[in-house]
Each structure stands twice: as C-alpha cells, then as structure tokens.
Design a protein around this ligand. Structure first.
Ligand SMILES: NC(=O)c1ccc[n+]([C@@H]2O[C@H](COP(=O)([O-])OP(=O)(O)OC[C@H]3O[C@@H](n4cnc5c(N)ncnc54)[C@H](OP(=O)(O)O)[C@@H]3O)[C@@H](O)[C@H]2O)c1
Length: 255
C-alpha cells in the first residue's frame, strides 16, 4: 500500500482499531468488546506476549503483533500498521505498571527504590511516549482518529490528598504532561487526531489485585464494563486539538 494511510475514507468502511497492551486486563477486554461489535472489521492487537488461545487470539479479524516496546520495535509495528492502508480510527495505549515481583507502590519515602522508580517510568511514561512519537507523522491526514492513553486519577496533582505511591503517581502525572504537550503538537501536525488521557476507575485486573481489599464491591469494575465505557467515550469525543483527562464516566478530572 506504499506506506500511505487512506484516512480520507469513511471510518465505518475501512477502519481499524489498535489496542496496544492487548494481553493486559483492560487491553484484552477492549479487544473482545470491539470484536463483539458487528461492524468491527480489523483489530490490531499489540503485545509483548504471543496471542492467547482464547477466541480473540484465533479470530480472523485480529492481527496480533508482538512488540518489545523498544523504539525500534515500536517504529517497526507502526510501519506495519501504516502499510495495512486502513484508517487507524481508534488507538488505545494500555501500558501500565504498579507492581510486580520487584516493584511495589511506596507508602513512604523510606521505601523509595530507584530501580523500581525507573521501571515504573519506563512502562508508564516512556512506552506511551514512543507510540505517540511514532504515530504523529503517519496520522497527519487522519480524520476522526482518537488516541486514548490509560492514565490514572492518582496522576492528578490537584486530587492528591493521601500521598504515597510515589513512582506510580509521578509516572502518571508525567504521562499527562507528555500527552498535553503532544496534543499541542498533534493539533498542528495531525489535527484530525483527538488525544484522551483516561482513568478507568478501579478495575479488577492484575494491576489492582493486591489493592482491592478496601474497595467497595460496586466500585470495583470488570474490565468489560470499563472497555464498554471507553469505547462509547471514543465515539463521542470531538477532535478539538486538546488533551482531555476523563474518567470512565466521561467526567473531566482536574490536573
Ligand atoms: N486496573 C486498575 O484499577 C487501573 C486503575 C487506574 C489506571 N489503570 C491503568 O490502566 C492501564 C491498564 O492496566 P490493567 O489494569 O489492564 O493492568 P494489567 O492487566 O496489569 O495490564 C498491564 C498492561 O501494561 C502493558 N505492559 C507493557 N509493558 C509492560 C511491562 N514491562 N510490565 C507490565 N505491563 C506492561 C501490558 O501489555 P502486554 O502484556 O500486552 O504487553 C498490559 O496492557 C494501565 O495504564 C494502568 O495504569 C488501571
């Protein structure tokens, strides 16, 4: 297809959805909820991991692209997306790290571990930043494209009353500033693209699993619920050259 995107076609005719981080709790729900839509033609599922054995992994509308999140590999995958010739209508970047075997959210400064801080910044800030940088030029003629990046309410400086979770909070606040700055550049270079920083609410995934004890049952969302909310939100927003920081209910979060 000569590396040129056909973004002037009607989205419902030849459009594709791109889910980056497709093996995660929210990422995999987004893939399956998009597939449940009757007009869904193509989903590019990007992940560090190989395709799952579930229905989403074998659905012919899913193109599974393994990516190690290095700059080189992100550029390679973006080139592959562009060469499809499809209108990249919806792009959701789900990467996020709160804890793993060596990373735990810090309750106090005494717990700060520089390696953990770097690891969290790498996944929560550097990875989305690489995607935004690689996509700006290919999307220059896009119309009606929305890119949502999974952020978190705890990245709000105004909303920070409890403290703690230094690395995660700082990484999401930095992500928001990166996205705000990127939205200004996108409005000049790729004006048909709308950027959203999205807070899903506490969602029942690996990421939140150790921290659900004090969450009321009705305040703990299923990944499918959150995916449906986000899909609806992406259909409702208008390209306005601004970054919107929105929660699962579509309500603006203060910076
Ligand atoms: N769950 C919640 O309560 C909650 C609340 C607020 C915000 N969020 C945000 O929502 C997003 C999705 O999180 P989730 O709840 O779906 O969590 P999850 O199930 O743990 O998924 C983690 C996500 O991060 C991606 N990822 C890329 N590089 C990674 C790395 N080196 N280590 C770990 N993960 C990596 C994974 O993609 P692959 O494995 O496919 O590569 C996957 O999409 C994150 O940005 C998170 O901060 C979640």
């Amino acid at each position: 297809m000569g590396g040129v995107m056909h973004n002037n076609v009607a989205p419902e005719e030849h459009s594709a959805t791109v889910i980056i981080g497709a093996s995660g709790g929210i990422g995999s729900a987004l893939v399956s909820r998009y597939l449940a839509q009757s007009n869904c033609e193509t989903v590019f599922a990007v992940s560090r991991l190989p395709p799952p054995s579930s229905a989403a992994g074998s659905d012919t509308r899913v193109h599974w692209l393994v990516c190690d999140s290095s700059e080189e590999d992100v550029k390679r995958v973006v080139a592959e997306l562009v060469s499809s010739g499809l209108n990249l209508h919806r792009i959701v970047i789900c990467a996020g790290l709160l804890h793993n075997d060596t990373v735990a959210p810090e309750k106090s400064l005494d717990k700060l571990d520089p390696d953990a801080l770097r690891a969290v910044l790498d996944v929560n800030l550097v990875t989305p930043a690489l995607w935004l940088a690689a996509l700006v030029k290919p999307l220059r003629r896009a119309t009606g494209t929305v890119i949502a990046v999974l952020s978190a309410r705890v990245g709000s400086i105004t909303d920070n009353r409890l403290g703690g979770w230094y690395s995660y909070r700082a990484s999401k606040a930095a992500l928001n500033m990166f996205l705000k700055t990127a939205a200004i550049e996108y409005s000049r270079r790729s004006p048909g693209v709308k950027l959203i920083s999205f807070h899903p609410g506490t969602t029942d995934t690996y990421l939140s699993s150790p921290f659900q004890a004090n969450v009321a049952k009705e305040a703990l969302f299923t990944p499918d619920f959150v995916a449906d909310r986000l899909i609806k939100l992406l259909d409702e927003v208008q390209p306005d050259g601004q970054l919107s920081f929105l929660d699962w209910a579509g309500i603006e979060i203060p910076w």
